[in-house]
Design a protein around this ligand. Structure first.
Ligand code: AMP
Ligand code: MG
Length: 492
């Protein structure tokens, strides 16, 4: 096995070497053999007792160098100072045939950055993180991945007594905006030196295939992160994903979805929807995510300022956000309608108005976001508004005159029947299955009783969210009434 551990090699200013804390009687909850295969990891990792020991924090393979990294960050708009991997532990960076990948345990015990926390994760939060990582991957949205979940009867105290569980995550890197903020806030001479070391490391290893202005690579880095983040948020919006805790320490420098906590896929479309029970101000509401990401990028820009050393260049890099976000947002959302961004300005504006009016109509009645788009995808192939498919969409609205008005505009925009290919494309953009809160909750409740079959079912289902998978139709239904009562807060 080849362990290259390049982040650890940056030195003790960046991470603390710390061993995972063992748990009693570990067992597998779910294993992602497909991911293991696609990353080219040794197949026996997920098969044998040695693997179970490693992925539950009870052992290491030779060559691994477990470490927790230090970072800082802005939480809910305020500088929070030093944070760091309080319950995440990177076991090492593995160089496989498909490239290098970091293997990280979440919930493997205390680290020097645990502060008041216990370093643990519970079964509930590990299942949510595992399933959502893989659901996002299934949707084609950049994300950290999840290799497996292990659990132990070890009690862990949250609002009530729960049990310990560990999710193993993989990513090329888990470096966050907060890593840069950390060193930018460290005094000279070490702070600036470490900041440069980190930026050079990130550029060299993770942006080596990107175009960089050689005169100012740090402005180039900021521009690339800005662009990746803008694209990511546009994709989140288009599937109704609400992250819930977009603190700068939860923002990936690679533009990956990172740290799944109180996330939610919207049920009814409500731009003001807040999925994090602790977010009293609605800072991270669904409809605020684009602005918040921009705010977070400003924090990153500020941290990189000593390296960029040119305010105009930094502002220019950040300003690409608005263009990239709105272009990607339009592309994603028009795609949901089966349309493409038009070159002609007047025609493009007309499409944009149609789209915005449609979203406003959905918001007014809080129509189910995923079901609406999926039903519309099926209807779009029929020209007859009286067809069953169009009737199924109509049935989602109380205000029928608003619906009919919008529908007729849309139908006339489609003019003739859209091609089979266009409809197929809509069905590959508008997912049938998303990880709604109540689906995850049902799987969690079963798992708590020792039956992990529902986790497995959801995992398989969500890997192909655009496929009909008829036997699972009921997983694409409206949420039950009790779903509205599910409350999820920051750390669980
Ligand atoms: P989060 O809200 O999950 O992004 O966590 C924010 C910070 O708190 C990070 O530095 C985490 O490592 C830390 N943290 C969260 N939960 C725990 C825990 N149970 N034990 C130790 N540290 C934690
Ligand atoms: Mg976090």
């Amino acid at each position: 096995m080849t362990w290259i551990n390049r982040f650890t090699a940056l030195g003790p200013a960046f991470s603390a070497q710390v061993l995972p804390t063992p748990v009693p009687q570990p067992s597998w909850v779910c294993r992602n053999f497909q991911l293991s295969h696609s990353l080219g990891l040794p197949p026996d990792w997920l098969e044998n007792p040695e693997g179970l020991a490693v992925f539950s924090g009870n052992g290491l393979w030779e060559g691994m160098q477990a470490q927790a990294s230090v970072y800082s960050g802005h939480q809910f708009g305020h500088w929070a100072g030093q944070l760091g991997d309080g319950r995440a532990l990177c076991l090492g960076e593995y160089e496989g045939p498909q490239g290098a990948v970091e293997i990280q345990l979440k919930g493997a015990g205390k680290t020097p950055f645990s502060r008041m926390g216990d370093g643990r994760a519970v079964l509930r939060s590990s299942i949510r993180e595992f399933l959502c990582s893989e659901a996002m991957a299934g949707l084609g949205i950049p994300t950290t991945r999840a290799l497996c979940i292990t659990s132990s009867p070890k009690p862990v105290l949250r609002e009530e007594l729960e049990t310990a569980s560990i999710v193993t995550r993989t990513a090329p890197s888990f470096i966050r905006f907060g890593h840069f903020e950390h060193f930018a806030n460290e005094p000279a001479p070490s702070g600036p030196a470490h900041l440069r070391q980190l930026a050079d490391f990130v550029i060299q290893h993770y942006f080596k295939d990107e175009n960089f202005s050689t005169s100012n690579p740090y402005a180039g880095l900021l521009a690339h992160v800005t662009s990746r983040t803008a694209k990511l948020i546009a994709q989140w919006q288009s599937v109704g994903f609400c992250h819930g805790v977009m603190n700068t320490d939860n923002m990936s420098i690679l533009g990956l979805t990172l740290d799944y906590g109180p996330f939610q896929f919207l049920d009814g479309f409500n731009p003001q929807h807040i999925c994090n029970h602790s977010d009293h101000q609605g800072r991270y509401a669904y409809g605020r995510q684009a602005q918040v990401a921009y705010w977070n990028l400003f924090c990153l820009g500020q941290a990189l300022m000593p390296l960029i050393d040119d305010q105009d260049l930094a502002v220019k890099a950040l300003e690409t956000y608005k263009k990239v976000f709105s272009e990607n947002w339009s592309q994603c959302f028009l795609g949901k309608l089966g349309l493409q961004v038009q070159e002609d300005e007047a025609a493009a504006l007309e499409d944009q108005t149609l789209l915005n009016d449609g979203l406003e109509m959905l918001a007014k009645e809080q129509v189910d976001f995923s079901i609406f788009w999926r039903k519309l995808s099926h209807a779009a192939s029929k020209t007859e508004a009286s067809s069953l498919e169009w009737q199924a969409v109509a049935d989602m609205f109380i205000d029928q005159s608003a619906w009919v008005g919008w529908r007729d505009r849309y139908l006339s925009r489609l003019q003739s029947k859209p091609s089979e290919a266009a409809v197929k494309k809509m069905l590959s953009i508008n997912p049938k299955y998303v990880l709604r809160n109540h689906l995850a909750e049902a799987a969690i409740q079963k798992s708590k009783l020792g039956d992990h079959s529902e986790v497995e079912t959801l995992f398989k289902l969500l890997q192909s969210p655009f496929d009909e998978q008829m036997h699972f139709d009921h997983y694409a239904n409206l949420p039950p009434d009790w779903a509205a009562q599910i409350e999820i807060s920051c750390s669980s």
